[in-house]
Design a protein around this ligand. Structure first.
Ligand code: NAG
Ligand code: NAG
Ligand code: NAG
Ligand code: NAG
Ligand code: NAG
Ligand code: NAG
Ligand code: NAG
Ligand code: NAG
Length: 392
C-alpha cells in the first residue's frame, strides 16, 4: 500500500477522534477498560443515558482497578446486586465537565449521578445509596503532580490518564474503584469510631441518623469519649441521646471546603435542638471547643468529621483555644476512664481511615489503603464477569 492512500485515512481518523461519542471512546480504550465496558453492558439504561449525556466526566477504573476491587471479598456483594452495581457506576459519573486542570490543592466536592431515587439496592441495608440533595459527591484534589479523587471512607483514586475527550465531556482513567459512601452507622464502625458506634446503638439512634437527609455529623474519637469516661456510667440513656443528637446538623452538608469558608463562624441547629458554632481560626476548624481532626468521611446522607472532644449541649461557654494543642473537655465533674466506653460488643470491621493516624484535611494519609468496604455493593455477578475476563 502506498503512503498517499494511507495519509488521508489517518487524517480522517484523527479528525473523528475529536468528536467521538463516549461509546466509541470506551470501545477504543477496551484494552484498558474491558471490565468497565462489561459492567456497563449489564446496565443498558445507564449506558444509553451516558451515550447522549452532555457535560459529564467519567471516572473510568482500569482493569487493574477492578481486579484489585474484586480481589477483596468484602466487595463481592456488589456485582450480584444490579441496583448496587448501577449505583456504583453512577457514582463514577460527575454531572459536570471537570478537566484535570480544574483540580486544585483545596479539595472540591463534585456532585455525581448517584441520586437517592436512582437505586433500589437492597445490599446497602438500612439506607439508600445516597440521600444527599443534588447527588452524592466525590472529593477532587491536586496533590503534588497527581490528580486524586476521594470517595467513601476516604478512599483515594489516582488519575492515571487525564482528559480523554469525548463529545459529551471528558474521561479520566483511575487506578482504584471508588468506594460508595455508606450509612453513618456503618461508617463509624468502619472508621474505628467504636465508642460512637456503641453509644448510638445503646441509645437506639442508628436508624434515626441513617435515615436523615443532608447531614453533617461530628464524630468524637474514641479518645474523646474516654476523656469523659466516668460520665458513661452516670448519664441516663436520655441524657446520652441528647448529647449524641447535639453532634448532628440536620439539613446542611458541611464539607471541609465549606467549613473554612461559607459555613465558618456560623451557628447551626442540631438534632438536639441547640446550636453548635463552627469556627475557623488559624487554619484550624472547631465546632464549639472541639477541634476537627479528620475531615470529610463521606457517608450516604452527608459528611462526617472526627472531633477530639465530646460536645456538651449544656455548655454555653465552650470556646476554642486556638493556640492549644488539645482543648479542655466541655464537661465539668467528669474524669477519664481506663477503657474506651460504650465499646462492649462493638468491633471495628476494617482498617479503614485510621482515625488515630490521619490529620485534618489529609486525604493523602488514606492513599494506598486497600479498601474492602463497599459495604454497599454486591458481587456474584461481578465475579461472573471477572471469571470470564480471567479466562480470556
Ligand atoms: C473488549 O475486550 C473483551 C475481551 O478482552 C471482549 O470480550 C469485548 O467484546 C471487547 N469489547 C469491545 C467493546 O470491544
Ligand atoms: C455544557 O456546558 C457549556 C459550558 O458551560 C454550556 O454552554 C452548555 O449549555 C452546557 N450544555 C448542556 C447540555 O448542559
Ligand atoms: C425502583 O423501584 C420502583 C418501585 O418498585 C420502580 O418504580 C423504579 O422504577 C425502580 N427504579 C429503578 C432505577 O430501578
Ligand atoms: C440494619 O437494620 C437492622 C434491622 O432493620 C439491624 O438489625 C441492623 O443492625 C442494622 N445495621 C446497621 C449496620 O445499621
Ligand atoms: C432520606 O431522607 C428523608 C428526609 O429525612 C427521609 O424521609 C427518607 O426516608 C430518607 N431515605 C432513606 C431511604 O433513608
Ligand atoms: C430534619 O430536617 C428536615 C428538613 O428540614 C425536617 O423535615 C426533619 O423533621 C428534621 N428531622 C429531625 C429529626 O429533626
Ligand atoms: C472566622 O473568625 C476568625 C476569628 O475568630 C477569623 O480569623 C476568620 O477569618 C473568620 N473566617 C471567616 C470565613 O469569616
Ligand atoms: C465548658 O467547656 C469548657 C471547655 O471549652 C470548660 O473549660 C468548662 O469547664 C465547661 N463548662 C461547663 C459548665 O461544663
Amino acid at each position: 500500500m502506498q503512503l498517499t492512500t494511507l495519509l488521508p485515512l489517518a487524517l480522517a481518523s484523527y479528525a473523528a477522534t475529536q468528536t467521538q461519542g463516549l461509546t466509541q471512546v470506551l470501545a477504543s480504550q477496551n484494552s484498558t477498560l474491558s471490565m468497565l465496558n462489561s459492567l456497563l453492558a449489564t446496565q443498558p439504561a445507564l449506558t444509553k443515558a451516558l451515550a447522549s449525556a452532555q457535560n459529564i466526566t467519567l471516572l473510568a477504573p482500569s482493569n487493574d482497578a477492578f481486579s484489585k476491587f474484586i480481589s477483596n471479598p468484602a466487595n463481592k456483594a456488589i456485582a450480584s446486586d444490579s441496583a448496587a452495581l448501577m449505583g456504583l457506576l453512577e457514582y463514577h459519573v460527575l454531572t459536570s465537565t471537570v478537566p484535570a486542570s480544574s483540580f486544585t490543592t483545596t479539595m472540591q466536592f463534585i456532585p455525581t449521578m448517584l441520586m437517592s431515587s436512582s437505586s433500589n439496592s437492597t445490599v446497602n441495608i438500612n439506607t439508600t445509596l445516597s440521600n444527599v440533595t443534588g447527588g452524592q459527591v466525590v472529593g477532587g484534589v491536586k496533590s503534588g503532580s497527581k490528580v486524586e479523587v476521594m470517595s467513601g471512607l476516604k478512599e483515594i483514586s489516582t488519575v492515571q490518564t487525564a482528559d480523554i475527550q469525548f463529545s459529551g465531556g471528558v474521561m479520566h482513567l483511575i487506578d482504584t474503584v471508588l468506594t460508595l459512601p455508606i450509612a453513618p452507622s456503618m461508617s463509624v464502625v468502619d472508621s474505628s469510631l467504636t465508642a460512637l458506634a456503641g453509644a448510638l446503638k445503646n441509645t437506639n439512634l442508628l436508624t434515626a441518623v441513617n435515615s436523615l437527609k443532608d447531614v453533617t455529623i461530628f464524630a468524637p474519637s474514641n479518645a474523646a469519649f474516654q476523656a469523659i469516661g466516668s460520665a458513661a456510667t452516670t448519664l441516663t440513656e436520655q441524657q446520652l441521646a441528647g448529647i449524641l443528637e447535639y453532634h448532628v446538623i440536620n439539613g446542611t452538608v458541611g464539607y471541609s471546603s465549606l467549613l473554612t469558608t461559607g459555613l465558618a463562624n456560623e451557628s447551626f441547629p442540631t438534632l438536639a435542638g441547640g446550636e453548635v458554632k463552627i469556627e475557623n481560626v488559624d487554619g484550624k476548624v472547631f465546632v464549639n471547643s472541639a477541634q476537627v481532626t479528620i475531615t470529610d468521611i463521606l457517608v450516604s446522607n452527608g459528611v462526617m468529621h472526627v472531633i477530639n472532644n465530646v460536645l456538651n449541649p449544656s455548655n454555653t461557654t465552650a470556646t476554642p483555644i486556638p493556640t492549644a494543642t488539645t482543648q479542655p473537655i466541655a464537661f465539668t465533674g467528669v474524669s477519664s476512664a481506663s477503657n474506651v466506653p460504650f465499646t462492649s460488643g462493638i468491633s471495628a470491621t476494617t482498617t479503614a481511615p485510621s482515625a488515630a493516624m490521619e490529620t485534618a484535611g489529609s486525604a493523602k494519609a488514606a492513599a494506598g489503603r486497600v479498601e474492602g468496604n463497599i459495604g454497599a455493593v454486591g458481587v456474584a455477578a461481578l465475579l461472573g464477569v471477572v471469571a470470564a475476563f480471567l479466562i480470556w
